[in-house]
Design a protein around this ligand. Sequence first.
Ligand code: NIG
Ligand code: FE
Length: 416
Amino acid sequence: MLVHSASQLLTLAGGAQRGKDLGRLGIIENGAVMICGEKIAAVGRTEDLLMRFPNEERLDACGKVVMPGLIDPHTHLVWAGDRAAEFEMRLQGKTYMEIMAAGGGIASTMRATRQATVEELLAQTRARARKMFRYGTTTAEAKTGYGLELQSELTQLGVLLRLDAEGPLELVPTFLPAHAIPPEYAEREDEYTRLICDIMLPAAVEFWHNRGLNQPLPFIDVFCEKGAFSLEQTRSIMAAAKRLGFPLKVHVDEFENLGGAALAVEMGAVSIDHVVRTSREEILKLGGSQTVAVSLPCTPFGLAQPEYTPAREIIAADGYLAVATDINPGTAWCENMQFVIALACRYLKLTPAQAVAAATVNAAKAIRKEDSLGSLEEGKQADLLILSVSDYRHLGYRFGGNLVETVIKKGSVVKE
Ligand code: NIG
Ligand code: FE
């Protein structure tokens, strides 16, 4: 199939973009993409590709923007229930951390998730995945983390694998038993940490191999934060995960700086996420590394907090920056990466071009998919969007709605 006559074809060609390179959209005016099967066979100007491929099925983009599918590299997609009551409590003055310390927060979603049947978990998670897809997210990372005990965590992992197989949203799983200390281990944080290292991580390896999955192991993530996992506990979990061959991600500096960013960079984490209270020295360290900083602007927005990721400093330090929704029931229930782009333009002070690159090619690097996803280049997977506008800057400029008209996943136009 030949998708042609795009006013602007955003190729994002040339790999992930660090520092001042962020925002190179590689625009081809009056552009076209030739798709063969699940992959991109050629990218170029419409007149050239019409000549090269005269007999193919055609899809006229009618003078609108064509771009890679959005990639959401940080989500807590699988959970049951909601926390609307906590939202109201926060508006009345309680903080997120106070609610968590009093047994609410992640633990409240843990109870709902443990109690839910697999069918209920599937149905609630599927509804969110579908919505994300309609908003143009073609691939998302997705974490467990609301089971906080082995069986329930593995159930969540199983739900994610099943929804990935179902499609159309492609899911890249992360195993996150280190999301919070479950109530049964209150005051015994080190014991829960040991349980993760000695039992849960090896069990996840076995689960993976028993399923005969020939994809790489999932990511392991840790919530390094006061009230969750200390720097030392984070270090133990990351070290155990690394020994078992897992790639690493870490939640750092969402509320307080415990030194997690420096540790994660030293240990070669694929990404560090949130990155709000990160120090200048840590940002400089990030700048020289392959670790991607994933900013989650829906979270401070959702919590009505004024501090966001110091994105411009990360760019100035030559770091890799990506953006994600962080969709979760506590701080940020948002399926829409277009809204993330709008927030990134306003609060991270990115240009629309920088925000688009952070949500595509750099987001692909944050989930180790830069070889196959995130840009429109020959040989890459044919995941692309046709927008309803002819100028890409409407992404960012407009907010709260949906500018995606058509989603093509693995070469097929997906119709609801
Ligand atoms: O990224 N920080 C930890 N996890 C989520 C919040 C999860 C929840 O409150 O349920 C976050 O903000
Ligand atoms: Fe998160």
